[in-house]
Design a protein around this ligand. Structure first.
Ligand SMILES: *Cc1c(COP(=O)(O)O)cnc(C)c1O
Length: 340
């Protein structure tokens, strides 16, 4: 496979059009076969459900080249499952899990020239999404939908080295109890934009959101889950119904327990406990783990013992083990790497 002539190592995280995308339409109660197209533009009615009432859900995953030259996708079955749950919550038709994985494979295969070579640190980001395409003016679900998968090559996350993040506890809420925080819907991001723009203006990398009901427990950031490490080496992650169940976080918890022999707990984490932790990281597909150096909360600066210049030792082990599994250097649990 001849790769595109791209300066892989210097790519950022931005949209760059690739040759093919997958598209399938839902009409009269059924999905069509779906097909690949070279047309990157979408024409929909001015009154489409997605435009009026934000009826849209998405997923994010990546394809990359392993050390031994295979093109793989990491755990797409879990994205397929989460996509189903997201669609159900917004009264959208489910796109069958097996067909979802097949469509992902087909789209990556068609764009294999854009899957960055091993060693560049770059990946091909995969974005499946679905939206209400038929006109809706009274508030109700659309009758027709489109499911698409686009891909775009993205650069290495930690360009120029790993630098721990500075974050703040936000005065805004991300997700209501019994709301939509647990699904991957565009609406959760639209309403987080003001909080992240103001955080950046004030010199922070990210917002830590607390539970909206009591403002007592740690939830997550706008787009990544938290992992903390206690001083005695236990890995803990917040438990809440309004957190988006990150596949990276679930994989890291498995790695902590089964590869590193650490204790791994999912439990409620009071904000008041944060200053007791030894390490903190944010997990998601893009970075795997980004270390957090400092959390600002009510005028207090909580600096983790791991400091502002490098990853904490356990965070690093987790990072190296999971990326080792992803790259084929360490044996993966059954089914984690799906070959294209
Ligand atoms: C996508 C997302 C994550 C990370 O999930 P991964 O499956 O690990 O990529 C975390 N939080 C939110 C709110 C997200 O949308």
């Amino acid at each position: 496979m001849e790769k595109k002539n791209i300066d892989w190592g210097n790519l950022g995280f931005g949209y760059q059009q690739t040759d093919y995308r997958f598209v399938s339409n839902y009409k009269n109660g059924a999905w069509d076969e779906g097909t690949l197209t070279t047309d990157a533009n979408i024409v929909i009615n001015e009154c489409a459900g997605v435009l009026q009432y934000a009826q849209t859900v998405f997923e994010g995953m990546k394809a990359y080249t392993t050390e031994d030259g295979r093109t793989v996708v990491f755990r797409p079955d879990l994205n397929a499952e989460r996509f189903e749950n997201s669609a159900r919550r917004l009264e959208m038709p489910v796109y069958d899990k097996d067909r979802f994985v097949e469509a992902v494979k087909k789209t990556v295969k068609a764009n294999e020239a854009y899957v960055p070579p091993f060693g560049t640190g770059a990946t091909l980001y995969i974005r499946p999404y679905m939206f209400g395409s038929s006109p809706v003016i009274g508030v109700k679900p659309a009758e027709e939908y489109q499911f698409r998968i686009l891909t775009t090559p993205v650069g290495p996350y930690f360009k120029g080295g790993i630098k721990p993040l500075t974050i703040r506890v936000s005065d805004f809420d991300r997700a209501a109890p019994h709301g939509t925080g647990h699904i991957k819907a565009g609406l959760n991001y639209a309403m987080s934009l003001h909080a992240i723009v103001t955080a950046h203006e004030e010199g922070y990398d990210e917002n830590m959101y607390l539970d909206a009901a009591s403002r007592t427990y740690v939830e997550e950031t706008g787009g990544a889950n938290f992992l903390f490490v206690t001083k005695d080496g236990t890995v803990v992650t917040p438990k809440s119904n309004s957190i988006l169940p990150s596949i990276t976080r679930r994989s890291l918890m498995y790695v902590a327990e089964h590869y590193l022999g650490l204790k791994a707990e999912e439990r409620e984490i009071p904000i008041e406990e944060v200053r007791e932790f030894a390490e903190c990281g944010l997990c998601g597909t893009a970075a795997v783990i980004s270390p957090v150096g400092r959390v600002d909360y009510k005028g207090e600066q909580i600096v983790f013992p791991s400091g502002m210049s490098e990853m904490g030792p356990i965070t690093r082990k987790l990072y190296e083990t999971l990326t080792g599994i992803q790259m084929g250097r360490i044996e993966a649990p059954e089914g984690w790497l799906v070959e294209i």
